[in-house]
Each structure stands twice: as C-alpha cells, then as structure tokens.
Design a protein. Structure first.
Length: 409
C-alpha cells in the first residue's frame, strides 16, 4: 500500500476548498469530469441572473445593456489565459466540431497550392468526419491522410496544407508534445491545428508559445460549462488579418446592423462569428470560469498528477494483474485521466456507477476515469478503488443489467 494515506494527502491539499464551489450529489464519487463537468454555484447564479434579470426584465434591451452581443469576445478574453493565448485571439461560439471546420477551411485557404489534411489515425471520430466533410466541400482536390503519431514525420511532405491533432487522446489520456509537433509541422511548411477538448482546464497550455496556428476546445468537460456548452477557438495573431469564415453570417459582418446585402468580414477574431450567441449557454460558461479565478494551473497540474499516480498505484496494488494500464505512466505524457483495458470494461463501469462511482466506457474495452483537481479528494480515490475491488471480487459486472448497453456509454 502507499505510504502516505489519503487523509494526509487531503490535509495538505491547497485546492480542497474549491470543492465547496460545486454541487455534487451525496454518495457520488464523480470520475467523469473529462466527459461532462459538474455544475458550480457560480454557474447557476450566472444563469439565473441572465434569465430573471437580463432576459425577463431587460428583454431585447439586454443585447446592449447586458453586453450580450460581446459575450463571444469577452468570454474569449477570460478564457485566453487558461490556454496561454494573447488577448483578442480567442472567441467563444458554436460547437467544437463547427469551429474545427472553420479553422480547417482557414488553414486550407492559407495554403492554396497544397492539397492534404493530415490527422492522427487514433483521433476522435468527429474530427475525422469534419475533416472529410471540409475536404469534400472545398473547390479543390483535398485528401485527408491518416497516420499514426509515431509516423507523423513520414506523413509530412510539400503537399500537406494542415495537420489536425488532438492534444490529449480521448481513450488513453496520452498528452502530446504541442511544441515539438507544431515545430515539426512548420518545418514542412504546413499549418497546425490543435483540438484541446481533453486538455483545457486540466493541464497548463501555451498555444502561442508552443506554435499553434489554430486551436479549438469545448466548454463542458474540465471547464464545467454545462452539457453542450459553447466551444472556443484560438487564432494565432499572425493569421487574424487573413481570417475568413466559410460559414459567414450577419454577426460576423463588419457592420451587422447596416443590413448590407454583401458580406464584409468583421475585423480580427470576430470574423469567426456566424450567428447570434447562445446567451444562456455563454452565461453558464461565464459562471463556470469564475471557479478558476486565483488558481495557478501549475498547482492544478501537480494535484492532477498526484491523484492519477495515487489511483494507478492503488489499483495495481489491490488488484494486481487484473487490468492493463493504457495511460502513460510518465508525467510529461499523461493528462488528467486514467484508462484501463479489460474485456469486461463496460460491465465494470456500469457496476461502479450503480455503487455511486461514475466513470465511463470507451469502445472496445476501455474503462476511463477522469480526475478533476478542483473537486476530487484523495479520499474519493481511495473509496473509488475500494468499490472497484468489490466489483471485481464479486464479479458484479456479470449482472445482466450491467451488460445492457446504454445509448450513451
């Protein structure tokens, strides 16, 4: 067993008080914040204010008086420090997949004589779909080339326009080296897009310093902005003037209320806006970001690594040889989740959920657990492992009820 107890670790935890900012059900240990973060008191307060004061009392006037029209920009500037971006290079709007489509189209436009999009063969399937869709929608002969991460260098040539990679592997939790991979891509004259879905709010990010040309991420995982929360996009300063929107809408126009019949893009990052912002969704995210105020991401990262180290050690000591660890052990390659391979992974996750330990399953055989340092304690980890031991010893995953696949796994 580990020498330092969970209680001792919790007493030394400088982030312990942040747990009180969230609403977590009694008897639940939540290890799925990498899929959907829990609600915070500040998010609820901000939603209530937007609905009962701005919408109910202000009505249409709130587009001006409450600053609704500027929410994509103001929230983008609040979010920018979490990803290491300069001011006025981040916008919050749309969904992650839509924003990746917009960024891919921009990258292709910046490399008009090149014809290849490169992506990781283990990437999230939605990124495959949207890359194929953008390639098909262009007026050029664009090919999507899938490669392994290890073979990325071999996949790069003078015809590659853009590379799209996800910073953290959604199945394994592997953390990619943004700086080195961006430099490799740039050495071949291509542009680099990073999908930050599983890293924003969990690991320190430096998109500007580490060479991202474009990046996008969602608001509902580690940022806790609520189901379907608006996403964000980053555009490197050198590309802002040439920014285009292949889905132009009236609020991306330079003068939207002049109602002009031809499109003239708005300056800077605002050009990525297409239509009216989702005010309630943006308000929820605004409240969720309050929880990060005053927190060093380096402190967050240290606790994340300590939690995941503790979980890995406890599982391997108390259930030796039962699971195959697919998450990297090395700190520089591990994000904020731990994934185990087991033939009965789906049933195991369902049995744990029935016990109040919520993780999730990823096909074909991955039990995945997310660790959010803002609200998880070391005692949570210790109790979760105890439940896992019971599930395995009593083969609770054999219950037919836990073999019935849910629509969302």
């Amino acid at each position: 067993m580990t020498q330092i107890s969970a209680g001792e670790r919790d007493r030394a935890d400088t982030l312990a008080s942040r747990r009180d900012k969230f609403i977590l059900p009694d008897g639940v240990i939540y290890l799925d914040g990498n899929s959907l973060g829990p609600v915070s008191h500040t998010a609820i307060s901000r939603i209530n204010h937007a609905v009962t004061h701005e919408w109910a009392a202000g009505l249409v006037r709130s587009w001006n008086s409450a600053g609704w029209m500027d929410l994509p920009i103001t929230l983008g500037n609040r979010l920018a420090p979490l990803i290491g971006a300069p001011a006025d290079t981040v916008i919050v709007t749309d969904t992650l997949t839509i924003l990746i489509a917009k960024l891919l189209a921009n990258a292709l436009a910046l490399r008009p004589d090149r014809h290849v999009i490169v992506t990781d063969s283990d990437n999230f399937h939605s990124d495959f779909y949207i890359a194929d869709g953008v390639a098909a929608a262009t007026r050029r002969d664009i090919t999507v080339r899938r490669t392994t991460r290890a073979a990325l260098a071999e996949a790069l040539d003078d015809d590659v326009a853009v590379v799209l990679l996800t910073h953290v592997d959604y199945r394994t939790g592997e953390l990619l080296d943004m700086a080195d991979m961006s430099a490799l891509v740039h050495a071949h004259g291509a542009l680099m897009i990073w999908d930050l879905a599983h890293s924003t709010g969990a690991v320190p990010l430096h998109v500007h310093e580490h060479g991202a040309d474009f990046a996008a991420g969602c608001g509902y995982k580690y940022l806790n902005g609520g189901p379907g929360a608006p996403a964000f996009a980053y555009v490197a300063p050198q590309w802002l003037d040439s920014l285009t929107n292949f889905l132009p809408g009236w609020l991306g126009h330079a003068r939207p209320f002049d109602f002009e019949p031809t499109f003239e893009k708005a300056p800077g990052i605002r050009a990525l806006v297409t239509s009216s912002p989702s005010v309630v969704g943006l308000s929820a995210l605004a409240g969720a970001l309050d929880v990060f105020e005053g927190i060093s991401l380096d402190v967050l990262r240290r606790k994340s690594l300590a939690l995941t180290d503790f979980f890995i050690t406890e599982v391997e000591e108390r259930l030796p040889g039962v699971f195959e660890l697919v998450t990297p052990r090395e700190h520089h390659r591990r994000a904020s989740q731990v994934s185990w391979r087991h033939d009965e992974a789906y049933g195991i996750v369902q049995a744990l959920i029935a016990r109040g330990v919520i993780g999730d399953f990823r096909a074909p055989n991955i039990a995945r657990f997310g660790f959010t340092p803002l609200y998880l304690s070391f005692r949570d980890v210790d109790v979760a492992v105890s439940h896992l031991v019971e599930v395995m010893h009593h083969r609770e995953y054999d219950d037919p009820a836990f073999r019935q696949k849910n629509p969302v796994t």
